[in-house]
Design a protein around this ligand. Structure first.
Ligand code: CP
Length: 343
């Protein structure tokens, strides 16, 4: 599904899809994110969102997205209310998304929502009286993940004196059901000279509508199910998990686990020096899957925790822009007066 949106107006906007963004919008998010580093790294604090309330509505499991959106809001001085499963809400009693949205938007200033159904967050946003951010809707999109991924890709490339304009990127694993990779693919298409390797089992290829978009935009890409071919001659490896929860059964998902795995030995033998390794996480560390082996943990090119740290900056930036406080943060800041060893 590729939606048509007009140029982005952040103030009061929903963030539902990467289709909303152009390169200028992305540059503004990244510039804002960079300016928030002193707050995310706890050198400074701000109360610029004092009194504001985020409702963090997660109807699917999450560690990073839920906690980092919540922490980002707290770090800007706001309060967070949250729900972590359908059973804990009146959706389980048959309440509609419309009613849930009408009610919750009366209690909040902004809402982040994750839901297993494609299009559900957009439906919720239609009824909402406050901005809604898509924290993942089924196998469709995960826009804030793509923003933090691109932010990380740019920083990693810069550290190797390279640049996004001609980056070579391999997207590896479950390209059919992975919403993070769908949003990432869309954002990469804004950079016409990137080249992309789509590396997946043949039954888990990137959806046809995204392949057509790559063709329409004349982005250089290949599709392969050979991981060794896929990981050679690229700047960035973006590994993904088999999205077991989207399959009809665990046994169906199990057929694909372990087919696209990276460890230090495979990396050393097949990758260029300093190839950056990314993953949206969670990685599936169970022995039958293990798409990103723990033996890469000490590899300096493993960027997965730099990625998660960047998620905080990007999510703070989105709140600052949507709620119109990006130019007021520094006016309201002060130094921290507790021990913090973050850097
Ligand atoms: N990357 C990501 O969405 O992680 P969580 O499912 O833990 O939020």
């Amino acid at each position: 599904m590729v939606l048509e949106f007009f140029a982005m107006e952040f103030l009061g906007s929903n963030i539902l899809s990467i289709d909303q963004f152009d390169r200028k919008d992305i540059d503004l998010v990244f510039k804002t994110a960079d300016s928030l580093f002193p707050f995310a790294s706890r050198q400074k604090i701000t109360r610029v969102l004092q009194g504001a309330i985020l409702s963090n509505m997660f109807f699917e499991p999450s560690t990073r997205t839920r906690i980092s959106f919540g922490s980002a809001f707290n770090m800007l001085g706001g309060e967070v209310r949250e729900t972590t499963e359908v059973e804990a809400t009146s959706l389980s009693k048959g309440e509609s998304l419309y009613d849930t949205s009408r009610v919750l938007s009366g209690y909040s200033d902004v809402i982040v929502m994750r839901h297993p159904d494609v299009g559900s967050v957009a439906e919720f946003a239609e009824a909402s009286r406050v901005p809604v951010i898509n924290g993942g809707d089924g196998d469709n999109e995960h826009p804030s993940q793509a923003l933090l991924d691109l932010f990380t890709i740019q920083k990693e490339l810069e550290s190797h004196k390279k640049d996004i304009s001609s980056a070579r990127i391999a997207l590896i694993g479950d390209l059919k059901y992975g919403r993070a990779v769908h949003s990432l693919c869309k954002i990469l298409m804004l950079y016409e000279n990137v080249s992309i390797k789509l590396v997946s089992p043949s039954k888990l290829k990137l959806p046809e509508f995204l392949v057509s978009e790559l063709q329409k935009k004349s982005i250089s890409f290949i599709e392969t199910s050979d991981i060794k071919e896929g990981i050679s001659d690229v700047d960035i490896l973006y590994m993904t998990r088999i999205q077991e929860e989207r399959f009809d059964s665990s046994s169906e998902a199990n057929k694909y686990k372990g087919l696209m795995s990276l460890n230090q030995d495979i990396y050393t033998k097949n990758c260029e020096p300093n190839t950056v390794i990314m993953h949206p996480l969670p990685r599936d560390s169970r022995a039958d899957a293990n798409e990103l082996d723990d033996d890469l943990n000490q590899n300096p090119n493993l960027a997965i925790y730099r990625q998660t740290d960047n998620g905080l900056l990007i999510r703070m930036a989105l709140f600052a822009l949507i709620l119109g406080v990006s130019d007021k943060i520094h006016e309201t800041s002060s130094s921290v007066n507790w021990f913090s060893n973050k850097s």
